[in-house]
Design a protein around this ligand. Sequence first.
Ligand code: HEC
Length: 345
Amino acid sequence: MNKNKLKKKFNPNLLWYYALGAIAVWTLFIILSLLWHRKTIRSSTLEAARIEARDVLQNHVIYRSWNASHGGLYAPVTPKTRPNPYLDIPERDIQTPSGVKLTKINPAYMTRQVIELALKKFGYIGHITSLKPIRPGNKPDDWEAHALKSFERGNNEVSSLAIINKKKYMRLIRPLITEKKCLKCHAKQGYKEGDIRGGISVAVPVAPHFAIEKANLKTFRLMYALLWFAGLAGTVFFIAVLNRQIQKRLIAEDELRRREKMEGVIELAGAICHELNQPLQTILGNSEIIMMDNIDKQSILKRVRLIREQVDRMGKLTGKLIKIASYETKDMPQGKVIDIEKSSR
Ligand code: HEC
């Protein structure tokens, strides 16, 4: 069977349209997965930066606590470590027997100096602050003030991305709660145990975290691309195989139908031969007798009548052949033939 005829029954393009639809859905699925994955990666990047910031902040809290447990610590007076004008307690400045001048370092003063070091060494920004600062330099900025107010309402951490000096940072602030050891210096401002005295805010650069994220994303993008391509190749392959299979089957079916038709023709031919054989024999035999020399007229008439009978019979047969409307067969010694009698009813 030729290909054009086949195309009328089965359009291979149809399957390709389905494949196109499947590929579109697959592409959409991959894009959405990637977007979703990117979102989760971003939130874990921010969480990692937040953990780092919290870690930096806790360190400040720990040494401060140790300092406060001693009610402040003495350090030699240097150009950088001047006596703290805001620290109003007896024996703030003392002298060793050999004459070295010492001054008391309260926790907040120590924090300010450590924060300065942390900035120089690691790029970590820090600030000790309060809504009612003793030292004006400890005044909160808008973001800190907002967070400190939220601590009064029971919140205990605020964090967000921020741009400081054109660089991206994770900012994080937590409250500093007034403990018993703080009251030695802070009772006079009216603080009680459990009050929120202020807070420490830190800001850590997020660039290293974003660098990790970028590397991860690169891998994931490649993975998604491969996955997408595998789906694409799989679909194309599947459709191609399916198309071939269907075409093969159609060709086979057509061959079968053709063979069946041929069988029908042979069966009909067999039936006609069978039906014509006897009349033809009779006609042949009688015409041979007629052609003999010494035959009388009476006999000739008899023979001609016999011949006419057979011709009539053949005429009826052609009439029946024209009227064949169904397919009925009967078995004969030479094989299956069409039953003309039944088929033309
Ligand atoms: C030895 C005295 C002393 C002790 C103990 C002390 N502080 Fe302070 N604190 C001060 C002084 C003085 C300041 C003023 C500003 C500065 O030095 O920066 C201050 C400042 C602060 C600030 C910054 C806001 C501001 O008012 O300027 C906070 C917050 C703070 N203290 C919390 C605490 C907490 C919490 C404790 C207990 C764990 C504590 N302090 C223990 C003396 C002390």
